[in-house]
Design a protein around this ligand. Structure first.
Ligand code: MG
Length: 250
């Protein structure tokens, strides 16, 4: 069931999105060689809790941390750890959710650790741009397939592949609501977008093959070919005036 939000609810979601976005910015600033992903997660948790919000991921389905931190060939759901020490050249995807006054803001960004290779930078640039292509397609009257095809077209033209087994989602009082928001699709197909819909658009884009597998910890999801993957996400509202990003710091 797709839940449409009132303007009052959208304002509450913007507040949750602001906290989530600021936590993500703080986490990104902490990315540097020698820092463990556990240290970054601890900062994220402290910041969110200081704002009177709750880290949405902590305990979600048993997830043990407040952020997912996914380095290089890890696509999503990397578990922060004292054993994972960032090094020069890594690309570090950080995904954070904050729940505030009953609503969730969900966002992710991939940060370079120091200087990264040209190939790694190009993958991050294409994935970020694909996110904004997808957001631009999130207009009332369009369909879900318009978002996915915009993302897919952008990255496949550059030789990258779209992860199929994980997708974006509706978001609101719960982190995962209907509809599913794939990063691939056919223009004009799928659920019609209506004002008041709030969705997390989150391209997960691989340098090599699209295939992924989940490690025995049941969370960490890696590329099967060991190549790099990038991930960018915003929570977006469909409004009569076009798409509005809810996960912004200001
Ligand atoms: Mg999400």
């Amino acid at each position: 069931m797709i839940v449409l939000k009132t303007s009052r609810e959208l304002a509450a979601m913007r507040a949750a999105g602001r906290i989530s976005s600021r936590a993500l910015r703080l986490a990104g600033e902490a990315v540097e060689p020698g820092v463990s992903t556990w240290e970054i997660d601890r900062m994220v948790r402290r910041y969110i809790e200081e704002q009177g919000a709750v880290p949405t991921f902590l305990g979600y389905g048993g997830f043990p941390a407040s952020s997912c931190i996914s380095v290089n060939n890890v696509v999503i759901h990397g578990i922060p750890s004292k054993k994972i020490i960032l090094k020069q050249g890594d690309i570090v995807s950080i995904d954070i959710g904050a729940t505030y006054e009953g609503f969730v803001g969900d966002n992710a960004w991939t940060f370079p650790c120091g200087d990264v290779s040209g190939e790694a930078q190009a993958l991050m640039d294409a994935t970020r741009e694909a996110l904004f292509e997808g957001i631009a397609a999130a207009r009332a009257g369009n369909r879900i397939g318009d978002i996915g095809s915009a993302v897919q077209r952008y990255v496949e033209a550059r030789g990258y592949s779209v992860v199929r087994s994980f997708v974006g989602h509706g978001v609101g009082a719960k982190m995962h609501e209907d509809p599913a928001v794939p990063n691939y699709g056919t223009p004009g197909r799928g659920v019609r977008l209506l004002p008041g819909m709030t969705i997390a658009i989150e391209p997960m884009i691989n340098q090599g093959v699209k295939d992924v597998r989940v490690l025995p910890d049941e969370w960490t999801t890696v590329t099967t070919d060991g190549k790099l993957s990038a991930h960018f996400e915003h929570t977006v509202a469909v409004t009569p005036d076009g798409p509005v990003i809810l996960t912004l710091p200001d």
